[in-house]
Design a protein. Structure first.
Length: 303
């Protein structure tokens, strides 16, 4: 990998520090940390393509064999970028094809081989971002959960595969946790998402609480918006609780990692609550102390 490609990949991976939960903490075995960061780099990059958040200059497009104007500049075709990214991804699963062009996909290759990962979870994440280009509103909670099945749940499947702990029961619990974490992120980012002409608050719930799109565009949340956000936060909290047996089902350092995921979700919900459910000025963030408190509470609860 060239110095330029290495620096580009590291810049994407550095975004892990902004997540609501620890992605690959230092207490994990070295191979796990590598594999988790490789998967994170993939998931972060595909989201950046779908959101138009790629680094300026068009390097990502060039790595995928496209003109540098694709993907990061206003008005460019993100769908063609996602198509090119999918083609590059599939090279990892076909020995007859050339090696991937994108450095983050080349970094993912050892993980795919070592853990014998299938392409389906990776393809689902691409499909979620395709959906983001076409679907801007969600009718009800069930429709939103269907989106989370593409955008979030595959990450949990990959974590279980990397750690060698996947079972049908754990996958079911993991889906609850991952859907909850995705909803929590949506609640944090209402204003940012609206700036992209996306609303992940179900239209059915907005009508129930008499919330309009104009209300979401305001500088501060009114009482109706706060009530709606509290309602959706309760739903996310219930999903996290439904997934609690996942933490109890494993031991050792993996148990601590999974407690970090659920604890991160709960700590962020607490931060949203402390903000009075007014997320419109900016996303409320949990403190490190708040995260550790929730992790400890999760471990006590599942001890």
């Amino acid at each position: 990998m060239s110095a330029e490609a290495d620096a580009h990949a590291r810049a994407v991976l550095a975004k892990a520090t902004r997540e609501n939960f620890p992605v690959a903490p230092g207490f994990l075995p070295r191979e796990w940390r590598y594999d988790l960061m490789a998967v994170y780099g993939y998931a972060r990059l595909v989201d950046d393509i779908g959101d138009g958040d790629l680094a300026p200059g068009g390097l990502d497009a060039e790595y995928l064999g496209l003109d540098r104007t694709h993907g990061s500049e206003p008005g460019t075709d993100r769908l063609s970028m996602l198509d090119a990214f999918e083609t590059d991804l599939l090279r990892l699963f076909d020995d007859a094809r050339a090696a991937p062009g994108h450095p983050l996909l080349r970094a993912l290759a050892p993980t795919v081989r070592r853990r014998r990962l299938s392409p389906e979870p990776f393809l689902a994440l691409i499909e979620a971002n395709r959906q983001d280009q076409k679907v801007r509103r969600y009718t009800d909670h069930a429709e939103l959960v269907g989106y989370c099945e593409l955008s979030a749940n595959p990450v949990g499947h990959l974590v279980l595969a990397i750690t060698g702990t996947a079972t049908p029961e754990r996958i079911r619990y993991s889906d609850d946790v991952c859907t909850a974490l995705q909803i929590v992120e949506h609640l944090q980012d209402v204003a940012e998402d609206l700036g992209r002409d996306r609303i992940y608050l179900p239209a059915e719930d907005m009508a129930r609480f008499h919330v309009t799109e104009s209300d979401l565009a305001a500088p501060r949340a009114n009482a109706s918006v706060r009530a709606l956000l509290a309602y959706e936060a309760d739903r996310a909290h219930a999903l996290l609780s439904a997934g609690d047996p996942l933490v109890a089902s494993v031991r050792g350092r993996l148990r601590l990692l999974l407690a970090g995921f659920t604890g991160g979700g709960r700590a962020t919900l607490r931060a949203i609550s402390r903000a009075g459910y007014d997320v419109l000025p900016g996303p409320p963030r949990a403190t490190t102390r708040g995260l550790l408190r929730e992790v400890a509470a999760t471990l006590r609860r599942e001890g």
